[in-house]
Design a protein around this ligand. Structure first.
Ligand SMILES: CC(C)(COP(=O)(O)OP(=O)(O)OC[C@H]1O[C@@H](n2cnc3c(N)ncnc32)[C@H](O)[C@@H]1OP(=O)(O)O)[C@@H](O)C(=O)NCCC(=O)NCCS
Length: 311
């Protein structure tokens, strides 16, 4: 590493500095490369939710890079060990510390954690960001599923589109359904992470709703929605088919009247995407799910999110 950097754990006392770093890093990168810095707003405060959620889910797992002399925070990398795999959440570097190998050094620790626990490492990365794509690609990640980020402006009076079949049967999950959701994801997507679902259902950090749709045969799908004022995104979620995905999304959008939630839809779900265009959806970005190590064959439709990372 060319810079004199110390790697250790991110602590709760670092949360304010972490939020400032995330905000500064994203504004700088998206502004200088894509002229889109404004999308991250003028305040770092919304970014406090990231370290808070990760610390609640995986205490002491996030990696911090600090200036070895001044101890100032230069980079963060959120790491999330799960039953079947390890996920990496947002990786961000202070703009003046970029291109010195700091992100690579943090990622190598995540790679080592996955290697020593014999699990694949997974993440979702932006297809508009060649810096992060190259970082992950050089470390051995292979892209497998492409997603379009879509956003729908939900009018205060609700969506103009008709309620699709099944949406009237979508209900909120019960507090004791975490294992059921995790088993369903395992069955369709080949990954399992019950602790995430228990976290959403406890609902004590962030603000989450978990929507489910089932039939007599069992679960057909579920979708988590963040109702936090600073993070309006849907996911994670899994649906058995496009009709179920449509019903879940419609219900989740209807509960966000006057807002413009963001969600990732896999590009292969063409019928769903065209229905969403009919509801007024706009494309906001493109992401690709990547894995370092084997990734299981997946069935159904998955909705990954960025918080917590849920590839
Ligand atoms: C993406 C980001 C984390 C990279 O951090 P960084 O510290 O500058 O990255 P590093 O210097 O550790 O590594 C970058 C690697 O990619 C390589 N690289 C960069 N651009 C490349 C390109 N176009 N082609 C091939 N390789 C490239 C570098 O050579 C380096 O590889 P090496 O270590 O094997 O030489 C940083 O730009 C950032 O914080 N961006 C804003 C936040 C963000 O978008 N995060 C990612 C999404 S969550």
């Amino acid at each position: 590493m060319k810079k004199n950097v110390l790697l250790n754990r991110l602590l709760p006392v670092d949360h304010e500095a972490t939020a400032q770093l995330l905000h500064r890093s994203l504004v700088h990168w998206y502004q200088t490369h894509l002229n889109l810095g404004a999308r991250y707003g003028t305040s770092h405060e919304p970014f406090l939710l990231f370290p808070q959620v990760y610390e609640a889910l995986d205490p002491g797992q996030a990696i911090a890079a600090r200036d070895a002399e001044r101890k100032e925070l230069l980079g963060v990398c959120f790491v999330h060990p799960r039953e079947t795999h390890v996920s990496v959440g947002i990786v961000a570097i202070a703009p003046d510390a970029a291109a010195h190998g700091v992100a690579r050094a943090m990622m190598e620790q995540a790679v080592e954690l996955a290697r020593s626990s014999h699990k694949p490492l997974r993440l979702v990365s932006s297809l508009l960001n060649l810096d992060s794509f190259s970082l992950y690609s050089r470390l051995g990640f292979v892209p497998h599923t492409m997603y379009q980020d879509m956003t729908v402006e939900v009018p205060a009076a609700g969506l103009a589109a008709h309620m699709p079949p099944g949406a009237d049967r979508v209900r909120e999950a019960r507090p004791d359904e975490a294992a059921r959701l995790a088993d369903f994801e395992w069955e369709l997507q080949g990954i399992r992470r019950e602790q995430d679902y228990a976290f959403f259902l406890r609902n004590d950090v962030g603000s989450w709703k978990v929507w489910v749709l089932e039939s007599a045969a069992g679960l057909d799908g579920f979708l988590v929605a963040s109702h936090h004022p600073t993070f309006g995104m849907f996911g994670p979620g899994v649906a058995r088919d496009a009709e179920t995905a449509e019903a879940l999304l419609w219900r989740a959008l209807d509960a966000r009247r006057g807002q413009s939630p963001l969600f990732l839809v896999q590009c292969s779900a063409t019928d769903l995407i065209h229905t969403l265009y009919g509801w007024g959806a706009r494309n906001a970005e493109l992401h690709v799910a990547q894995a370092r190590g084997p990734f299981p064959e997946a069935r159904g439709i998955a909705f990954p999110t960025f918080l917590p990372e849920s590839a």
